[in-house]
Design a protein around this ligand. Structure first.
Ligand SMILES: [Zn+2]
Length: 327
């Protein structure tokens, strides 16, 4: 047995804290092709040997254009996430002290994080309009309301989910499918009392974080898992989740750190395995008429080009889904 469901949790109806999120005008975009959300400000300056490969974000777009998977016309440009938007998830104190207080506005912009947040929100909005959309960043699932963790300062999945849930009259149900090799602990914690957001995480049990949170569905897998078993693990859960929870939107964290060459991953998936996984997830969701927004999630390699090419797998799979589903 290579995997085991370690916990499921029944949603408990608890009113969520008042959220000062506001909804803007619907976004318009000329191209009718698959929306790709990208901004050049996704990067920031980190020390040369820093473990977080920040430079990967622009390289993902570069690979997609170079290989003619997409054209520049498909790129949707996000706005920087406002503090009001971030307050949907993060505490006032954290935002003031850590994000705002200790850095001036210019430095704050340079961190790349508020841009990435805005990118995930825009990808979700684009998905609601067009059925499917992908960001070239995002998936900072370890960030908690009042502190950052594991290279994640702000939780873009949580901000986007809460923003897109909408208000009481048009409330949407959001399913977060987190297939990054690490548990989406921040996201699980943020939505533990929120019945309208279902958090589903497939992760390597022996990997970071040591102390796991409880998602609505956690599937913990063992070290060394390969393509076939991994895919059957996802296949064993996703269809019934979609049928029973019936989400209005799916946020998909397509982390590539389950890859066999990932420096932090511990699993043994191949490029082909990741492609099959992404194709399966997106097809299962989109073919049921449910919109899906994908973010790239984690991936660690000192070779930025190899890593960026690996991250572009999800956009390539999305392009196939877009074509095959006649979107
Ligand atoms: Zn990860």
């Amino acid at each position: 047995m290579t995997c085991a469901v370690i916990s499921t949790r029944l949603g408990v109806k608890v009113a969520s804290a008042a959220c000062r999120c506001f909804h803007t005008e619907p976004v318009r975009h000329e191209s009718s092709a698959l929306p790709i959300v990208h901004h050049s400000k996704y990067v920031c300056d980190l020390p040369p040997n820093h473990r977080f490969p920040m430079a990967k974000f622009p390289r993902v777009l570069h690979h997609l254009i170079k290989d003619q998977v997409i054209t520049e016309k498909q790129v949707w440009l996000p706005e920087i996430a406002s503090e009001d938007l971030l307050r949907c998830v993060h505490t006032e104190e954290y935002l003031n002290n850590f994000i705002g207080g200790k850095t001036n506005e210019q430095e704050q912009r340079r961190t790349g994080f508020p841009w990435s947040e805005g990118g995930t929100v825009l990808a979700a909005e684009a998905a609601l309009q067009r059925g499917l959309a992908c960001s070239t960043a995002g998936g900072t699932h370890h960030a908690f309301p009042s502190y950052g963790s594991g290279f994640c300062l702000l939780n873009d999945l949580a901000v986007a989910a809460r923003y897109l849930m909408g208000n009481s009259s048009t409330k949407r149900k959001v399913l977060i499918v987190d297939l990054d090799v690490h548990q989406g602990d921040g996201t699980a914690f943020i939505f533990q009392e929120e019945p309208d957001v279902f958090t589903f995480s497939v992760h390597c049990g022996k990997n970071f974080p040591v102390r796991k949170q409880q998602s609505d569905l956690d599937v913990s897998v063992e070290d060394g898992l390969e393509d076939k078993e991994y895919l059957s693990t996802v296949e064993a859960h996703l269809p019934w989740l979609l049928e029973t929870f019936r989400p209005d939107l799916v946020l998909y964290d397509a982390g590539v750190d389950p890859h066999r060459d990932d420096e932090l991953g511990r699993l043994r998936l191949t490029d082909r395995g990741l492609y099959q996984r992404d194709l399966y997830v997106m097809k299962s969701v989109v073919s049921r008429g449910v919109p899906l927004a994908a973010v790239i999630g984690g991936g660690y390699s000192r070779d930025i080009d190899v890593l960026a090419a690996r991250h572009s797998i999800v956009h390539r799979a999305a392009t196939q889904v877009w074509r095959e589903c006649g979107m």
